[in-house]
Ligand binder design. Structure first.
Ligand code: 4NP
Length: 174
């Protein structure tokens, strides 16, 4: 392992949205793309939805198209959150919006490991519980997916910078 990556050895990141066909699969693809470009290998990234409707299906066609336009590779099969497994397997749990965050906490996610995705954008740095939502683009057009992509790109850059400097405090509060 590259010594630069040593502190990331166990870092699992789980992005969470509602349907797991628009926002969280895109977040995963973007973070993997950026991590690959930065030579950060020891990062395990996945995504899931709190809802069950799209389980087993592909990402939304508008998600696939925006990723293609921006040069980000996607290979996605939707799945639903599995609390018992996921809260053990992933150290960092990253919802897209306040509703996802509330649903995660209700499902038993440890609060100190739940971070709203936009809290990693430099403008909202560190406000884990009150950063703005990544709006659900499902009922809108391609322009909404472009905006979502830009938000996720900035958020993932901030997240990756924290990974690379090892500046996460994911310990339980005492
Ligand atoms: P996502 O978007 O949570 O970003 O994947 C949605 C996709 C599907 C639905 C809602 C949101 N739906 O109601 O089917």
């Amino acid at each position: 392992m590259n010594p630069r990556d040593a502190h990331t050895a166990d870092l699992g990141v789980l992005f969470v949205c509602l349907g797991n066909i628009c926002r969280s699969p895109l977040a995963r693809a973007i973070l993997e793309h950026q991590a690959g470009g930065a030579g950060v290998r020891a990062l395990h990234v996945d995504s899931c939805g709190t809802g069950h409707w799209h389980v087993g299906g592909p990402a939304d066609s508008r998600t696939i198209r925006v990723a293609q336009r921006r040069g980000v590779r996607m290979n996605h099969v939707a799945r639903q959150l599995d609390p018992a497994r996921d809260f053990n397997a992933f150290r960092l749990i990253v919802p897209m919006d306040a509703r996802n965050r509330t649903d995660l906490l209700r499902a038993g996610a440890p609060e100190h490991r739940v971070r709203l995705v936009r809290s990693f954008e430099p403008a909202f740095h560190g406000d884990h519980a009150h950063a703005p939502d990544v709006p659900d683009p499902y009922t809108g057009g391609d322009d909404g997916f472009e905006r979502v992509f830009d938000m996720l790109w900035a958020s993932c850059e901030g997240l990756l910078a924290r990974v690379r400097t090892g500046t996460f405090d994911l310990h339980e509060p005492t």
